[in-house]
Design a protein around this ligand. Structure first.
Ligand code: GUN
Length: 286
């Protein structure tokens, strides 16, 4: 069994980004900029946002964190986004999800300039991704794809089971795998016989937020297990959606939690921000 070391790989990606940023500054006089908006005081979201800002700083990317009270109106938020769309110092805009219930997430995501949509959640980028055209890819599935590449895990012709069909992970993951010519099955909580699906799969990607849902009896010998789940147990310990201890005995490759997919996400967000800055430079130099 090989451990898919997201921590080490994300550190390599952050180093790559650092070099790309230095080049952009030196050759094009452009400092990439990212704005992150966090509404409300959810502790997990606050941790993610702080971590995104710190990683930007380390990579030489200008970052702004806009903390907004839970009571902010949708119109106020739209006005902030409009200002960011027009701000030439910002290449990327990220609205941390989930948003409070009184705000329509779709309206907010559609208000972001698609060329600054480093989360890849705008329907313009979603459509381009599904059509296998160049676009900003959502950071988590983008990170998983980079892991496959780095560990030379081929996807063409493989049976892949994606468990979970969220807009942030499951659906874009399935699209990227389809584009890579895998045979993809997407399961959800209504799936009749999940075990039958996972047992038939060479690769299982799980992102459901249920601790230890995937157990060793559900995977075939030599399967690749990608665990996107991060769950905090009552003991305070972090754990994934897969039962790591049992699955690792049967898997050929498996991601640990923590230290697997999680660290990759920020690395890919930084990549997207640099990409946005490159694209801006290309447009402006025309
Ligand atoms: N909440 C959980 N994951 C994400 C993400 O990738 N982007 C944003 N904006 N919010 C999230």
């Amino acid at each position: 069994m090989t451990l898919l070391d997201g921590k080490a790989l994300s550190s390599k990606i952050k180093d790559e980004v650092k070099v790309e940023v230095e080049e952009l500054i030196k050759e094009k006089n452009i400092t990439p900029g990212l704005a992150v908006i966090l509404v409300g005081s959810d502790a997990a979201s606050a941790t993610y946002v702080a971590s995104k800002a710190k990683s930007c700083k380390n990579a030489g990317i200008h970052s702004e964190v806009h903390l907004k009270d839970e009571s902010i109106t949708q119109d106020e938020l739209l006005q902030i986004i409009q200002g960011m769309n027009e701000n030439p110092a910002l290449d990327g805009i990220l609205v941390q999800l989930p948003l409070p219930k009184h705000i329509d997430t779709t309206v907010i995501l559609e208000a972001i300039d698609p060329l600054k949509d480093v989360d890849g959640f705008h329907p313009y980028n979603v459509g381009r991704m599904v059509s296998n055209l160049d676009s900003f890819l959502p950071a988590t599935p983008f990170g998983v794809m980079r892991m496959f590449e780095e560990y030379s895990i081929t996807l063409k012709g493989k049976n892949v089971c994606v468990i979970g069909s969220s807009d942030i992970v499951g659906k874009p993951m399935a699209s990227l795998l389809i584009n890579a010519k895998a045979t993809v099955t997407v399961c959800n909580s209504s799936t009749k016989d999940l075990k039958a699906q996972t047992l038939a799969s060479d690769i299982v990607v799980i992102a459901v937020g249920v601790p230890h849902l995937l157990t060793a009896d559900m995977i075939k010998e030599g399967a690749v297990v990608i665990d996107v789940g991060i769950n905090r147990l009552d003991t305070g310990k972090l754990t994934g959606d897969a039962d790591f201890e049992s699955c690792k005995e049967k898997a050929s490759f498996i991601t640990p939690v923590p230290g697997g997919v999680g660290p990759m996400t920020i690395g890919m967000l930084l990549k997207n921000t640099v990409k946005a800055a490159y694209l801006r430079e290309k447009r402006e130099s025309k």
